[in-house]
Write a protein that binds this ligand. Structure first.
Ligand code: AMP
Length: 387
């Protein structure tokens, strides 16, 4: 039996999952508060355990994972380790086996993704040290979007400067968009023209045609596009110039864009459940925030329908997309003339796998497809090492 360990490393947390080649999850867990007094929550064959431990760094996090597996099972001897890496830049359009040169390239790309690539790199380094001789595969969030045509990836700024500094649309959430569009194609029996809405803490839309990404809402960085938990998405760049000229520092603008915008900026909370509850209670700011959120999404669906030349399915995924019938209703409401409609009972019903939430005779089916980035990373890691 071949086993794959998937590592998704954040700055202070590390998620892991151990899968076999039949795609069964043998163990999963989360190490939190790396950098000090941390803890691990581990789910193995014997159920779930939580253990507090000192976790000074990512290597210690992997050591804690190993110890917990030894004590509570399963035995951990992966044949390959797959890593989530956020930014692959122009260089990485497919998963790769990590060597020193790839590691250096990922480090260089940190200039484009200063918040996201460094933690991925810490995970890679820790895993290379912990599992010497085991192939490590980097799977990039940007890679699925390498098929976006130039007219959709080019920003209309000074072309020489853009080329020199690598300024173009890369797109993110690619592993999720790829997995979800494949599952949607399996569910429907054909890979047609889909718009996938990944609505989680981060959020992005992706137009997928015949299994390939042809447009996506995130850009050079994960700041562009839809309204998110703490990021506002599309914004007139003139607003940034205005803020910088009127006394804000670059760091303050960075914090504004990454943490004080989106639902959090509009309402004080970035958690959509709280925004929905506030709106329910008559809070006008929350109501406006939900309107802005849905309005932006509908704009992207309309644009992508035009780019795709039609639509064969609208697909919702991630925390909000999978779990909130109300948000799905707010988005799809008003799209009926373009084809997507909801069946209210199907939309409200809870379910596990991929499911239809539109009527059987809808001109454009609307699906909910739970995302599984870990499984997709495992598939890539196995495919790369088998080939
Ligand atoms: P993710 O980043 O995919 O884990 O999604 C996190 C987001 O999903 C948070 O903003 C949560 O508020 C949201 N979420 C999770 N469950 C629900 C739910 N039942 N209704 C609305 N939003 C939800």
């Amino acid at each position: 039996m071949t086993t794959v360990l998937v590592v998704n490393s954040g700055s202070s947390s590390l998620k892991y999952q151990l899968l076999d080649d039949a795609e069964q999850v043998l163990a999963s867990g989360l190490v939190e508060r790396i950098g000090g007094a941390g803890s691990i929550r581990h789910r193995g064959p014997g159920g779930e355990v939580t253990v507090d431990a000192d976790v000074p760094d990512h290597r210690a996090a992997l050591a804690l994972m190993m110890r917990t597996c030894t004590e509570h099972g399963p035995q951990l001897a992966p044949d390959v380790v797959g890593h989530r890496v956020v930014h692959g830049g122009a260089r990485f359009s497919a998963p790769v086996v990590v060597d020193d040169e790839v590691e250096a390239a990922v480090e260089e790309l940190a200039t484009l993704a200063p918040l996201h690539n460094p933690p991925g790199l810490l995970g890679i380094r820790a895993a290379r040290a912990t599992f010497p001789g085991v192939p490590q595969v980097a799977v990039f969030d940007t890679a699925f979007h390498a098929t976006i045509p130039p007219e959709a990836s080019t920003y209309a700024i000074d072309a020489g400067l853009a080329a020199e500094r690598g300024i173009r649309r890369y797109g993110f959430h690619g592993t999720s968009h790829e997995y979800v569009s494949q599952e949607a194609a399996r569910f429907l029996g054909h890979a047609g023209r889909f718009v996938v809405l990944h609505l989680g803490n981060g959020a992005s839309a992706c137009a997928v045609s015949g299994g390939r990404s042809v447009a996506t809402s995130m850009g050079l960085t994960p700041l562009e596009g839809l309204v998110m938990g703490t990021r506002g998405g599309d914004l007139d760049p003139g607003a940034l110039l205005h803020l910088l000229r009127t006394g804000m520092s670059v760091d303050e603008v960075d914090t504004l864009l990454n943490r004080r915008s989106g639902l959090a900026g509009l309402t004080g909370t970035g958690d959509l459940r709280d925004v929905l509850a506030a709106a329910e209670g008559g809070d006008e700011r929350a109501e406006l925030a939900l309107d802005v959120y849905a309005h932006r999404i509908r704009g992207y669906v309309g644009a992508y329908l035009a780019h795709l030349g039609g639509l064969d399915a609208l697909v919702f995924t991630a925390g909000v997309g999978e779990n909130s019938p109300e948000v799905r209703a707010r988005v799809v409401e008003g799209l009926g003339h373009l084809g997507p409609t909801l069946d209210p009972a199907r939309n409200e019903a809870r379910g596990r796998g991929a499911r239809l939430v539109s009527p059987d005779d809808a001109a454009v089916p609307v699906l909910v497809v739970p995302t599984d980035e870990e499984l997709q990373i495992a598939r890539h890691a196995l495919a790369v090492t088998a080939g």
